[in-house]
Design a protein around this ligand. Structure first.
Ligand code: SF4
Ligand code: SF4
Length: 328
């Protein structure tokens, strides 16, 4: 008979390690998800994004986001989606945030940079010194296309060459290009620095491409990836892998401690993953960007769930890559 693995709750795991429940310590990053509209339909997508999705942030909500930046010292506006560049207010938000002197991150799928109607997008991003954080789950065509769709690798390489041509990823350039790796299946990412070396070597030799750094991100057991796990009957074993790899040393770097996530309607969450699971900030907190209060939200209890084991497994995982330096 198959043994059923009893998952501890995330809070039980913290208690077992004598770690206090999770609280935020500040808000340095406002991460806004401007909607589910995307030109791709990737297998691992935790947003369930795609070309037919209609949920996108209105200009009114975008104005509230910029207003919060104006009224606070939050240093970074981190824009994600979907393909965030497809939102009609994307360029306006970038311009406003840059005028306020804030760092702007565009979480880019690369193919949008070479899509019809977006031909001038790379120049726009360069002109406003937007940091590009771009998904490229492998340097091999067959692996990328298997996860992200046919011809995605080819178009991603074309986009990276355009970005390099504008100065992105080049030495002594202020234009930062970060690549993002996530595993192709239900396993933990390898060592970030070693993989970065391999990416640098292979992309340089094969395509002459340069980039600044690589982030490794663990696949979160939610939405489309969760569906795949359940379909292939690998959910329990994947969760067991994450739970057994729980690493207390990742706790201080968890992104929910210093990030506030905003959805396309302005609702507030502790992170993008909680947003995808419709788990808003606790009910003692302001729940929408229109009610934003920096002091109150900077000291909030974080809402947790089984997916949090994805952030604390092994070297840890966040939108800024792994949380721990390699042990060897
Ligand atoms: S993973 Fe990114 S590029 Fe792929 S469908 Fe989701 S939002 Fe779009
Ligand atoms: S999923 Fe990760 S970032 Fe989100 S609340 Fe859990 S630990 Fe924090």
């Amino acid at each position: 008979m198959t043994e059923i693995y009893q998952l501890p709750s995330f809070d039980e795991m913290l208690a077992e390690h004598h770690i206090a429940t999770l609280h935020s310590s500040n808000i340095r990053v406002l991460q806004i998800n401007v909607g589910k509209l995307c030109n791709q339909t990737c297998r691992h997508c935790h947003v369930d994004a795609g070309p037919s999705r209609r949920e996108i942030m209105s200009h009114k909500v975008a104005e509230s986001v910029i207003d919060v930046l104006r009224r606070s010292d939050i240093s970074t506006l981190d824009i994600t989606g979907g393909a965030p560049e497809m939102n009609p207010s994307f360029r306006w938000m970038v311009q406003e945030a840059r005028q306020l002197g804030r760092q702007v991150i565009d979480r880019c799928n690369l193919t949008i940079l070479v899509a019809n109607g977006f031909e001038d997008l790379p120049e726009f991003l360069a002109e406003h010194q937007v940091e590009i954080v771009a998904s490229l789950p492998c340097y091999l065509e067959e692996n990328v296309d298997a996860q992200r769709g046919q011809f995605v690798f080819h178009r991603s390489i074309e986009a990276l060459k355009r970005l390099n041509g504008l100065g992105y990823g080049q030495p002594d350039s202020p234009l930062t290009l970060t690549l993002v790796f996530n595993p192709l299946g239900p396993k933990l990412p390898p060592d970030q620095l070693k993989l970065e070396d391999a990416y640098r070597r292979e992309l340089r030799i094969r395509y002459g491409i340069e980039f600044n750094r690589l982030f490794t991100i663990t696949n979160m057991p939610i939405n489309r990836f969760l569906f795949d796990l359940r379909e292939s009957q690998q959910y329990e074993s994947y969760m067991q892998t994450l739970v057994e790899a729980f690493n207390p040393a990742t706790m201080d770097g968890l992104m929910c401690r210093t990030t506030l996530s905003v959805d396309w309607q302005g609702n507030l969450y502790d992170c993008d993953f909680n947003q995808m699971l419709a788990m808003p900030v606790t009910d003692q907190m302001p729940r929408n960007i229109t009610d934003f209060d920096l002091t109150t939200l900077s000291n909030r209890r974080i809402v947790t769930g089984p997916h949090c084991f994805g952030c604390t497994a092994g070297a840890g995982s966040s939108c800024q890559g792994s949380l721990q330096p390699p042990t060897n």
